[in-house]
Design a protein around this ligand. Structure first.
Ligand SMILES: [Fe+2]
Ligand SMILES: [Fe+2]
Length: 259
């Protein structure tokens, strides 16, 4: 079984680039499942029901993961509650909209998808380490493979999560920093790991924001309106191949420029 995981899609330019390049990526890699991180898909922050429906019902994604911007747009709250193909971080307060893990079924079998938030430089209600232990106990009999999107800032926390889950899930894929890291590998126990997949958005900006605005904010320390950068757009993703035992055979980075 192969799965294609797409790093944080940033804004309309990220969505259009993903939709343009995905058919070629499907041809090249033949994924059984496509999972997309959509936490920046609506104007750079959050996701809307319209975008989520287009991806899930339009053959773009089998499942969507989110992150710290999951609740930016209120219009998606009911969709998060009602649609089982989209997840927000599991270690957020239990009363929040949506769910933190799910199982999507395809011709190839049952894929568990877990979304977790880090706690270093990010807020979450509970430790992602104990949270994922409880989730895996719940998923044990209902999945063939498990993909964990660990949405976290610090590489230390992400690497630690990789070791915590090595041999227990198919893949631990880091998101949130929007910068792809060079450490993709299958850990000794059989879990595919990368600290950060990167983003699907403009490399000409500062993690998706127009560079002159981001630089001005750092330089002046004054409020600055941010717009989504739209030049030099790339899809950042990984392809993970897994065996029937639920563990990974390989993880390969996919870093493709548009146009
Ligand atoms: Fe993001
Ligand atoms: Fe994020």
């Amino acid at each position: 079984m192969k799965m294609l995981f797409i790093g944080d899609v940033v804004g309309g330019i990220g969505r259009r680039t993903l939709e343009a390049l995905l058919p070629g990526l499907r041809d090249a890699h033949k994924p059984d499942f496509v999972v997309v991180n959509g936490e920046n898909s609506a104007g750079g922050l959050g996701i809307t029901e319209k975008i989520a429906r287009e991806w899930l019902d339009g053959g773009v994604a089998d499942a969507i993961t989110l992150g710290n911007h999951a609740f930016k747009h209120r219009d998606v709250y009911r969709f998060l509650d009602n649609d089982e193909r989209i997840v927000r971080p599991a270690n957020y307060p239990k009363g929040n909209p949506g769910r933190g893990y799910t199982v999507v079924e395809g011709d190839a079998g049952r894929l568990g998808v877990v979304n977790l938030s880090g706690t270093v430089f990010l807020d979450a209600a509970r430790s992602p380490f104990s949270e994922v232990d409880a989730i895996l106990a719940d998923l044990r009999d209902s999945t063939d493979w498990v993909l964990v999107d660990f949405h976290a800032e610090a590489t230390s926390e992400k690497v630690a999560m990789g070791w915590h889950l090595d041999g227990r899930v198919s893949a631990v894929l880091g998101t949130h920093t929007h910068v792809p890291t060079a450490d993709a590998r299958v850990l000794p126990g059989g879990t595919a790991f990368i600290s950060d997949v990167g983003m699907t958005g403009s490399r000409a900006g500062v993690i998706g924001v127009r560079r002159e605005q981001a630089v001005e904010a750092f330089r002046t320390q004054m409020p600055v309106k941010f717009d989504t950068a739209d030049e030099d757009v790339w899809v950042n993703a990984v392809v993970v191949a897994v065996s029937d035992d639920g563990l990974a055979d390989s993880i390969d980075q996919v870093l493709v420029a548009a146009g």
